[in-house]
Ligand binder design. Structure first.
Ligand SMILES: NC(=O)c1ccc[n+]([C@@H]2O[C@H](COP(=O)([O-])OP(=O)(O)OC[C@H]3O[C@@H](n4cnc5c(N)ncnc54)[C@H](O)[C@@H]3O)[C@@H](O)[C@H]2O)c1
Length: 354
């Protein structure tokens, strides 16, 4: 399955297929031919967990089609998404002679994608890069929208840029080695797409009852999610309008993550609580029926995602008013008033009644 994403700066394809990692070299050559580009060196950035399982396969696959391949392995985890690791990547690229006409290949979850994507955006004022996301979260979320970033000690994603890859290769087969917690974490974003935009995806999700059945359905699910994000992002590339819909559950989710200093929950888990809680507030503010609240909570539980936490909404208000999506006095919030339909509302902090 292929999707073409149009961004202000470039068009690129997302190719989604089970087992496609083994054809990465061929797909990259095809893309380069179409763009009349000639590339000699490929600089793979990956983390040590992913490297152990897929690093050598990718490296030899790229060598087989004639590239000079270098691999740079970083430590796994969010703590690595910082300026020191970035500096290490730049140094190694200089060391091995990466020029403007060479490319970065990111192989890993959102941490590797964001970090190496930002390295591509900035090294020699920008070189092309290919994304091979290996977590469900990265496949359905990071692969569309061109957001790259690193964290600062003061907060997450504080330095970055919008910089689209030249190609995204999504192999759902690699998700078989992902642990349950990270798979479920990605499911929170999948559920978000279903709730804000696609009732048929929601229904499909309710019918899945095992990890095996989920893994078998993921090609189609990932395609549906990337299509939804593509439609939304193409209308609002720089995140000023409709793209806010993608923020469903995120205002509270980010606040919960920050409240626990990013230690208690993974991003998707916090967003799941955020989606449940904001729907509860919308219900209490008489904006949605109780049926919606029940459906939202039950799909989260179906996938083993949390729906509540002991922290009170009022303890989160400080974080909420600092959220990047809020401008001026009113808060921009997303609610789901029908399954498959999200909408942007303006509200004051008293919306968050307990
Ligand atoms: N750019 C965007 O649009 C965007 C969107 C969402 C999230 N993000 C960013 O993504 C990051 C989170 O990404 P994540 O959840 O993918 O976390 P992650 O990159 O830390 O990966 C999670 C864990 O899974 C391991 N892993 C990855 N793929 C694997 C595989 N196939 N098999 C076995 N293990 C594997 C990793 O080594 C890591 O330990 C955050 O920094 C977030 O800000 C960016």
């Amino acid at each position: 399955m292929r999707l073409n994403v149009k961004s202000k700066f470039s068009d690129y394809n997302i190719i989604i297929e089970n087992g496609i990692l083994a054809s990465a070299g061929k797909l990259i050559v095809e893309m380069l031919d179409n763009k009349h580009l000639s590339v000699r060196k490929m600089f793979i950035v990956t983390d040590s967990n992913v490297d152990k399982i897929y690093g050598d396969t990718l490296k030899s696959n790229l060598e087989d089609v004639g590239f000079d391949v270098f691999k740079y392995v970083i430590n796994p985890g969010e703590d690595t998404k910082n300026i020191l690791t970035l500096a290490g990547i730049y140094s190694e690229m200089v060391e091995v002679g990466i020029t403007r006409s060479d490319m970065i290949v990111t192989l890993g979850g959102g941490v590797v994608g964001d970090l190496a994507g930002f390295a591509a955006a900035t090294y020699l004022r920008g070189i092309e890069y290919i994304q091979i996301p290996t977590t469900l979260l990265a496949q359905v979320d990071s692969s569309v929208g061109g957001k790259t970033a690193i964290d600062l000690p003061q907060g997450k994603n504080l330095v970055g840029s919008f910089y689209s890859p030249s190609l995204v290769i999504i192999d759902s087969e690699v998700l078989k080695t992902l642990d349950n917690r990270n798979l479920t974490n990605g499911m929170a974003e999948v559920i978000k797409y279903a709730l804000i935009k696609d009732r048929s995806l929601f229904e499909m999700l309710t019918e899945i009852t095992s990890r095996e059945q989920l893994l078998d359905s993921l090609d189609e699910i990932i395609y549906m999610c990337c299509s939804i994000k593509k439609e939304i992002v193409q209308k609002d590339e720089f995140d000023r309008g409709d793209r806010m819909l993608l923020n469903f559950g995120h205002t509270l989710g980010h606040a919960i993550e920050a409240h626990y200093k990013f230690k208690k929950y993974l991003h998707g888990e916090a967003v799941a609580i955020g989606m449940s809680r904001i729907t509860e507030c919308a219900y209490k503010n008489k904006m949605v029926d109780e049926k919606i609240l029940i459906e939202v909570r039950s799909i989260m539980k179906h996938y083993g995602l949390p729906i509540s936490d002991e922290v009170k909404n009022k303890e989160l208000l400080g974080y909420i008013s600092k959220d990047k999506k809020n401008f001026g006095e009113d808060l921009n919030l997303i609610i789901v008033d029908k399954i498959g339909h999200g909408k942007i509302i303006k509200a004051k902090t008293d919306f968050f009644v307990e």
